[in-house]
Design a protein around this ligand. Structure first.
Ligand SMILES: [Zn+2]
Length: 170
C-alpha cells in the first residue's frame, strides 16, 4: 500500500487510519488511489483550488456509497460544483491533514543551489516562476526561493542600468 502513497501524503507515524484514501476524479468520475494523484483514466491532476474539490470527492469527505453515487453523477455529466462553504471546509481540513507538514517543508540546500545557479546562468525569471508556483502550497519553500532570487534579480537590474548609463555617456 505504501508505494501507492503520493508525494503529498507523506506517511505520518502517528496516523493510524490508512494513508491513501480512495477517491474519484472529479473530471471524469474514474477511480483514483488518492485525491491528489493523476487520474489514470483522463490524466487530470488537480492543482490549486481544484485540489480542494478533489479532496471533497475522496473518502476524506464521502463514504464509499456516496463516492460511488458521485462517480455515477459525474459520468452522467453533472458538473462538480461544490458550494464555496464546502470548498473552504476542505481547505481547513486539508491544512490539518498531512498536507500541512508538506506546506512547512523546507527546500534542501541542493535544491536551493540549483535554483540559484539557474537564476545566475539563465535568468532570475526561473526563480520567480518557481516562487510563484510554490506560493500557495509551500509558503516556506517559496519564501526560501524568493530570498535566493531577489538578490540576483536586483543585481542584474543594476548591471543593466549601469550598462545603459555607460552607453549614454559615450
Ligand atoms: Zn479523470
Amino acid at each position: 500500500m505504501s508505494k501507492e502513497v503520493s508525494k503529498e501524503e507523506t506517511p505520518q507515524p502517528e496516523r493510524t487510519i490508512p494513508l491513501a484514501k480512495a477517491a474519484i476524479c472529479h473530471r471524469c468520475g474514474g477511480d483514483k488511489r488518492g485525491p491528489f494523484v493523476p487520474c489514470k483514466a483522463c490524466g487530470y491532476t488537480p492543482a490549486g483550488v481544484d485540489r480542494q474539490v478533489a479532496w471533497l470527492f475522496s473518502e476524506h469527505h464521502l463514504d464509499p456509497t456516496e463516492l460511488t453515487e458521485a462517480a455515477r453523477r459525474l459520468r452522467a455529466g453533472d458538473p462538480p460544483e461544490p458550494p464555496r462553504s464546502l470548498v473552504e471546509h476542505a481547505r481547513v481540513q486539508m491544512g490539518a491533514a498531512p498536507l500541512g507538514t508538506d506546506a512547512r517543508r523546507r527546500l534542501t540546500t541542493r535544491q536551493l543551489l540549483g535554483v540559484t545557479l539557474a537564476n545566475v546562468v539563465l535568468t532570475p525569471l526561473v526563480g520567480l516562476a518557481v516562487w510563484w508556483g510554490l506560493q500557495e502550497e509551500r509558503p516556506v519553500a517559496s519564501h526560501q526561493i524568493l530570498r535566493v532570487t531577489l538578490p540576483v534579480a536586483i543585481g542584474e537590474a543594476l548591471a543593466w542600468l549601469l550598462l545603459i548609463a555607460s552607453w549614454r555617456l559615450r
